[in-house]
Design a protein around this ligand. Sequence first.
Ligand SMILES: NC(=O)c1ccc[n+]([C@@H]2O[C@H](COP(=O)([O-])OP(=O)(O)OC[C@H]3O[C@@H](n4cnc5c(N)ncnc54)[C@H](OP(=O)(O)O)[C@@H]3O)[C@@H](O)[C@H]2O)c1
Ligand SMILES: [Zn+2]
Length: 338
Amino acid sequence: MARKMKAVQVKQAKGPLEVVERDVPEPGPGQVLIAVDACGVCHSDAITKEGWMPVQYPRVPGHEVVGRIDKAGPGVTAWKAGQHVGVGWHGGHCGQCPACRVGDFVTCDFQQICGISYDGGYAEYMLAPQEALARVPDGMKSEDAAPLLCAGVTTFNSLRNMGAKPGSLVAVQGIGGLGHLAIQFARKLGYRTVAISRGADKRKLAEELGAHEYIDTEKGDVGKALQALGGARVIMMTASSSSLAAAMIGGLGRDGVLLLLGAGTEPIPVTSLQLIMKRQRIQGWPSGIPQDSQDTLDFSVLTGVRSQNEVFPLARAGEAFERMMGNHARFRVVLKMR
Ligand SMILES: NC(=O)c1ccc[n+]([C@@H]2O[C@H](COP(=O)([O-])OP(=O)(O)OC[C@H]3O[C@@H](n4cnc5c(N)ncnc54)[C@H](OP(=O)(O)O)[C@@H]3O)[C@@H](O)[C@H]2O)c1
Ligand SMILES: [Zn+2]
């Protein structure tokens, strides 16, 4: 008889997160079954909940998944039962398309997304393709590792690829799940780190996370404030406000990059003239592949970067999600299954 598990699913776009009982699935060829310990709640889980991308329902969200391999399916050679592993947003790739042929798995034409293409980590068990797994460093707790698999890798991996050097001025806008890790990474990577938030509430928290400077967007022009610090080499935006993005462009310095991580559909008003003279650009960045996740986990152990979590049981996933969406979480909400 099949084992039973609890999962939290969305039955249809815009529907509630509901707790259901399901059979524990069997891993197919190339898959592993993970007994999930913890799963972070990311703002991007709203894509599954609200149906902002094509999703086949019912669907279990969650792409910051950490647990132990319960069983490896046929043909799995790289992993075995008992290993401590994680899966992030990048939930698998085809290995055949033009991007994969040159090893650029993150832009795979047939990329699978954990919690969107297949059921994710808001559950006691989850199936994943073997190429989607990262190894969790020895001694790291599952709830500490989980947020590093999306919020962590997205900020660390994008920052380390922007061309900033130690001492460069790097600003992080929005101090939420992504932002609070980004501030820590920026500081540990040796950048002069600026935290940008709305209001004065988060100043002390930002400084504790390692920010050298703090800018309150409700107190004057953020672009001018950044120029007063010398102009930013990188401004990472974790919110998707296009009006704020437009204001941020004024804060870029020479070769400055406006790095867009917060996903939105509103156009950003900008002219080529604004960008040409100081060779500036606007760039997006999608998370990373499992090796990037592993690098993020290892760098976090090495430097003491740690997600600050509010832990909820799986049965309270709906409440946990609303807490994150309402910007009340300090800073990442994590579901704990066992
Ligand atoms: N590119 C990728 O690969 C990737 C990966 C993960 C997530 N994401 C996206 O990144 C974004 C952040 O995710 P998250 O999990 O960190 O979310 P989060 O915990 O909710 O944090 C977002 C932060 O943005 C700020 N913010 C929210 N609304 C704002 C507004 N209208 N204007 C200005 N600032 C605002 C808030 O910070 P303050 O209170 O400090 O202002 C908030 O804490 C989401 O859009 C998510 O979908 C993208
Ligand atoms: Zn995410």
